[in-house]
Design a binder for this molecule. Structure first.
Ligand code: FES
Length: 120
Protein backbone atom coordinates (compact mmCIF):
# COMPACT_ATOMS: atom_id res chain seq x y z
CA UNK A 1 0.00 0.00 0.00
CA UNK A 2 1.19 3.49 -0.76
CA UNK A 3 2.01 5.26 2.50
CA UNK A 4 0.81 8.66 1.22
CA UNK A 5 -2.77 7.93 2.25
CA UNK A 6 -1.69 7.14 5.81
CA UNK A 7 -2.06 10.05 8.20
CA UNK A 8 -0.89 10.26 11.81
CA UNK A 9 -3.85 11.20 13.96
CA UNK A 10 -2.22 11.10 17.37
CA UNK A 11 0.05 9.18 19.68
CA UNK A 12 -0.97 5.86 21.08
CA UNK A 13 -0.30 7.01 24.66
CA UNK A 14 -2.84 9.82 24.28
CA UNK A 15 -5.60 7.29 24.01
CA UNK A 16 -5.79 4.87 26.90
CA UNK A 17 -8.47 2.19 26.97
CA UNK A 18 -11.85 3.79 27.59
CA UNK A 19 -10.79 7.14 26.17
CA UNK A 20 -11.77 8.96 23.02
CA UNK A 21 -10.11 11.73 21.07
CA UNK A 22 -11.09 14.14 18.36
CA UNK A 23 -8.61 14.71 15.55
CA UNK A 24 -8.70 17.19 12.70
CA UNK A 25 -6.79 16.02 9.67
CA UNK A 26 -6.99 16.81 6.03
CA UNK A 27 -10.08 18.98 6.50
CA UNK A 28 -11.92 16.21 8.28
CA UNK A 29 -13.02 15.70 11.83
CA UNK A 30 -12.42 12.18 13.08
CA UNK A 31 -13.21 10.56 16.39
CA UNK A 32 -10.92 7.87 17.75
CA UNK A 33 -11.99 5.45 20.46
CA UNK A 34 -9.91 3.00 22.44
CA UNK A 35 -12.22 0.20 23.45
CA UNK A 36 -10.43 -2.45 25.48
CA UNK A 37 -7.20 -1.77 23.62
CA UNK A 38 -8.68 -1.77 20.11
CA UNK A 39 -8.64 1.55 18.28
CA UNK A 40 -11.64 2.53 16.20
CA UNK A 41 -11.81 5.65 14.03
CA UNK A 42 -14.93 7.17 12.54
CA UNK A 43 -15.90 10.23 10.60
CA UNK A 44 -17.33 12.75 13.08
CA UNK A 45 -20.60 13.16 11.21
CA UNK A 46 -23.67 11.09 11.84
CA UNK A 47 -24.98 9.64 8.58
CA UNK A 48 -28.51 10.54 9.67
CA UNK A 49 -28.25 14.30 9.82
CA UNK A 50 -24.59 15.16 10.26
CA UNK A 51 -24.46 15.64 14.05
CA UNK A 52 -21.11 15.38 15.81
CA UNK A 53 -20.65 11.93 17.30
CA UNK A 54 -17.74 12.85 19.57
CA UNK A 55 -19.89 13.04 22.70
CA UNK A 56 -22.08 10.05 21.89
CA UNK A 57 -22.67 7.50 24.62
CA UNK A 58 -20.89 4.17 24.24
CA UNK A 59 -22.39 0.81 25.12
CA UNK A 60 -19.57 -1.65 24.45
CA UNK A 61 -18.73 -1.04 20.79
CA UNK A 62 -22.05 0.61 20.02
CA UNK A 63 -22.15 4.40 19.88
CA UNK A 64 -25.39 6.33 20.32
CA UNK A 65 -25.69 9.56 18.37
CA UNK A 66 -26.41 12.41 20.80
CA UNK A 67 -28.81 14.10 18.38
CA UNK A 68 -31.56 11.54 17.74
CA UNK A 69 -30.26 8.38 19.35
CA UNK A 70 -29.48 6.18 16.38
CA UNK A 71 -26.92 3.52 17.28
CA UNK A 72 -23.90 2.41 15.28
CA UNK A 73 -21.45 -0.43 15.84
CA UNK A 74 -17.95 1.06 15.68
CA UNK A 75 -16.52 -2.22 14.37
CA UNK A 76 -18.63 -2.21 11.23
CA UNK A 77 -20.15 1.28 11.08
CA UNK A 78 -23.55 -0.34 10.76
CA UNK A 79 -26.66 -0.03 12.83
CA UNK A 80 -26.94 -3.15 14.96
CA UNK A 81 -29.72 -5.49 14.02
CA UNK A 82 -30.83 -3.40 11.09
CA UNK A 83 -29.72 -2.27 7.70
CA UNK A 84 -30.07 1.38 7.00
CA UNK A 85 -27.44 3.99 7.60
CA UNK A 86 -23.72 3.35 8.01
CA UNK A 87 -20.96 5.37 9.60
CA UNK A 88 -17.74 5.91 7.73
CA UNK A 89 -15.00 4.05 9.58
CA UNK A 90 -11.27 4.17 8.96
CA UNK A 91 -8.64 1.52 9.55
CA UNK A 92 -6.08 2.56 12.17
CA UNK A 93 -2.69 1.03 12.85
CA UNK A 94 -0.07 1.74 15.44
CA UNK A 95 3.29 2.57 13.87
CA UNK A 96 6.21 3.65 16.07
CA UNK A 97 3.87 4.77 18.83
CA UNK A 98 1.68 6.80 16.48
CA UNK A 99 -1.89 6.17 15.49
CA UNK A 100 -1.99 6.11 11.72
CA UNK A 101 -5.30 6.18 9.88
CA UNK A 102 -5.97 5.38 6.24
CA UNK A 103 -8.35 8.19 5.36
CA UNK A 104 -8.44 7.51 1.67
CA UNK A 105 -9.52 4.00 2.23
CA UNK A 106 -12.64 4.11 4.36
CA UNK A 107 -13.50 0.66 5.55
CA UNK A 108 -17.01 -0.61 5.67
CA UNK A 109 -15.86 -3.80 7.35
CA UNK A 110 -12.76 -3.19 9.46
CA UNK A 111 -10.82 -6.11 10.78
CA UNK A 112 -12.58 -7.67 13.70
CA UNK A 113 -11.03 -6.78 16.98
CA UNK A 114 -11.80 -8.48 20.24
CA UNK A 115 -15.47 -8.82 20.90
CA UNK A 116 -17.20 -6.01 22.72
CA UNK A 117 -19.56 -6.65 25.54
CA UNK A 118 -22.47 -5.01 23.84
CA UNK A 119 -25.09 -7.03 22.18
CA UNK A 120 -27.58 -5.04 20.25
S1 FES B 1 -28.10 13.14 13.45
FE1 FES B 1 -27.48 11.30 14.42
S2 FES B 1 -29.31 10.26 14.81
FE2 FES B 1 -29.95 12.08 13.81
Amino acid sequence: MDSSDQIAVGAVDELAPGQRKLAFVDGRSIVLFNIDGTIHAIDNACPHNGASLASGQLEGCVLRCPAHGLRFDLRTGRMPGAGGLSLTTFPVRVIDGKLVASLEDPATSPAQGPACNAEA
